[in-house]
Design a protein around this ligand. Structure first.
Ligand SMILES: NC(=O)c1ccc[n+]([C@@H]2O[C@H](COP(=O)([O-])OP(=O)(O)OC[C@H]3O[C@@H](n4cnc5c(N)ncnc54)[C@H](O)[C@@H]3O)[C@@H](O)[C@H]2O)c1
Length: 321
């Protein structure tokens, strides 16, 4: 079986990817500096290297261990922080990714699956968004994702290297078997914030804007379950090893769910009202964004299993009760 190095494998999405790789029989090694990764997310069956992607010697040593494929999920991901501290994002997301690519080339590692993001598209020019939609990021975070995609494209042109960039929409949920218990700390995303409010960690949460041109006036997003994302990564690893071509693929459900719908579904799951208040729109928030993910289906044979928002929320709430 191939050997996969999962950079950022102790994090939220990375730990679900490691679980799926192990279940598919891949030899798996996690490389993580534990800045947001958690010890409880590490699997005993996987190797572990505690190191930073800014440490080129450590990367070189890791890549020299007969790695077949790298899955690169290590990145800073707070959009607001990226606008206040672009240097931090340039160093971690850009320099760190270049370090990984260079260590791969130096050690003959030819395949990479990369965590990209729907934020590369910016404000939608049409919906649903397919991979041909122009890239026009409106945050520095989104810019770093688009830039790493470009580096990978150049390396694929110039060297014996190929990649699959996975553009995730909004990752949500946890493994339904509760095998991953390390919940995100200081979440910035809607669903974990709603869950923290429901469990009493927060008093209330804000709904930013209720006057959008949408059926209920709140923003619509494409919520994709983390276990479905994990499945796509394993299929991407298999695809890279099989046909050695590069692809860029959206990963989403193909339908928007509004903030109000998420709230109502969460209240149904927890069985009580969840405190919230209405606040003005945030700058840069598009009314609705959702994916056309047909290419991932064609290329990988991937389809999300979780399409019902209540089912998705249950996998998160199950960890609270
Ligand atoms: N969560 C989402 O909805 C979402 C959506 C689109 C894209 N992404 C991307 O997916 C990837 C994983 O996201 P996540 O939600 O699991 O975040 P996360 O913060 O839980 O995971 C990131 C992991 O990378 C590690 N890491 C960060 N910087 C590192 C460094 N310099 N050296 C070594 N390890 C480092 C962290 O310790 C952590 O374990 C990120 O690149 C993120 O930008 C996430």
């Amino acid at each position: 079986m191939a050997k996969v190095l999962v950079v950022g494998g102790a994090g939220y999405i990375g730990s679900h990817v490691v679980k799926e790789l192990l279940e598919n029989g891949f030899e798996t090694v996690v490389y993580d500096n534990m800045s947001t990764g958690q010890e409880v997310n590490l699997f005993a069956e996987a190797g572990f290297i505690r190191a930073d992607i800014l440490d080129t010697a450590a990367l070189d040593k890791a890549m020299a261990q007969n790695i077949d494929v790298v899955i690169h999920l290590a990145g800073k991901k707070a959009v607001g922080e990226s606008m206040e501290n672009p240097a931090l994002y340039a160093q971690n997301n850009l320099c760190g990714s270049i370090n990984i690519l260079n260590a791969m080339l130096a050690n003959g590692v030819k395949h990479m699956v990369f965590s990209s993001s729907a934020s590369v598209y910016g404000t939608p020019q049409y919906l649903p968004i397919d991979e041909n939609h122009p890239l026009n990021p409106i945050s520095f975070y989104g810019y770093t994702k688009a830039a790493v995609e470009e580096y990978m494209s150049w390396y694929a042109t110039l060297k014996d290297f190929n990649y699959i960039a996975l553009r995730y929409f909004n990752a949500v949920g946890y493994a339904a078997d509760k095998s991953i218990t390390g919940r995100e700390k200081n979440p910035q995303n809607l669903l974990p914030i709603i869950m923290e409010t429901a469990s009493g960690k927060r008093d209330s949460f804000s709904i930013f804007g209720s006057d959008y041109d949408t059926p209920d006036g709140t923003c619509g997003r494409d919520y994709i379950h983390v276990s479905d994302l994990a499945t796509a990564h394993v299929l991407a690893v298999k695809k890279l090893l099989a046909d050695k071509k590069s692809y860029v693929l959206n990963l989403g459900t193909g339908k928007p769910t509004s903030v109000q719908e998420v709230l109502t579904a969460a209240e149904n799951v927890v069985g009580r009202r969840i405190h919230h208040h209405y606040a003005p729109r945030r700058a840069g928030d598009p009314a609705v964004i959702y994916a056309n993910a047909k290419r991932a289906e064609e290329v990988l044979g991937w389809k999300p299993r979780y399409t019902n928002i209540e089912e998705i929320i249950k996998t998160t709430w199950n960890l609270e009760i």
